[in-house]
Design a binder for this molecule. Structure first.
Ligand code: NI
Ligand code: MN
Length: 226
């Protein structure tokens, strides 16, 4: 499946005729200034938690594309109040069959408040069981043994993991997370956007290699195939 990176934790995944866009944060990100958000297409927009750096462009893109929002109940309700009606709420441990396959909302150890101070529910990640391949999106999280369960819930072919440290797992813990979910292919997220999460790419790749995992760090606007 084709995966395109838009900076920070934002990326899109093509599953047959459906485009899934995760955690849109493009226009406030100076590293993503080459990306024109009006060129981004989406059939589904998935949001892991309420922090600004995961949803800054969501209202604009939801209204422009008519994509279906998938997130937790509190975030969906917050967007409903902004006039977004095409939305599907999930909560932890629950999944639903969409056109592209099954999406399950899973645990993340983090916090979640919406940009206006509204309660954002508890933060999460997603397991997506697509028609051909399955993948795990960690959202912002610490390393947790819960990830071992995700390997039992689905055959995870690749994972999108936060690696920037400071606010989330760093590369050493994220490499263990890849082992826990039993995948050898990782897309790195949540790094370099702000000074405390700047990474050394060589060190990050070596940390994953030490666990038998390949870390992919495509440039912003570039695609990788998983
Ligand atoms: Ni966050
Ligand atoms: Mn974040």
């Amino acid at each position: 499946m084709k995966v395109t990176y838009f900076g920070h934790s934002c990326f899109s995944v093509q599953i047959e005729s459906s485009t899934l866009l995760f955690d849109p944060f493009i226009s406030p990100n100076p590293l993503a200034e080459s990306i024109d958000r009006d060129q981004i297409s989406a059939d589904y927009i998935l949001i892991t938690h309420g922090h600004e750096d995961h949803l800054a462009d969501a209202e604009y893109l939801l209204k422009k594309t008519g994509a279906k929002l998938i997130s937790n109940y509190e975030i969906v309700t917050w967007f409903n109040a902004k006039g977004v009606e095409n939305a599907h709420p999930l909560n932890h441990g629950g999944g639903f069959e969409f056109e592209f396959g099954r999406a399950t909302f899973v645990n993340a150890i983090h916090s979640s408040i919406l940009p206006d101070g509204a309660y954002g529910g508890n933060p999460g990640g997603f397991i997506i069981e697509g028609k051909e391949k399955s993948f795990y999106v960690s959202g912002d999280t610490a390393l947790t043994y819960d990830m071992k369960l995700y390997a039992e819930m689905a055959d995870i072919d690749w994972a999108a993991l936060c690696i920037g440290d400071n606010f989330t797992m760093g590369s050493r813990d994220a490499a263990k997370a890849a082992n826990f979910v039993r995948t050898s292919q990782v897309l790195g997220l949540h790094y370099d956007t702000f000074p405390p999460i700047a990474i050394d790419r060589t060190e990050a790749k070596a940390a994953f290699e030490a666990h038998g995992v390949e870390l992919h760090l495509p440039g912003i606007g570039e695609s990788v195939e998983f």
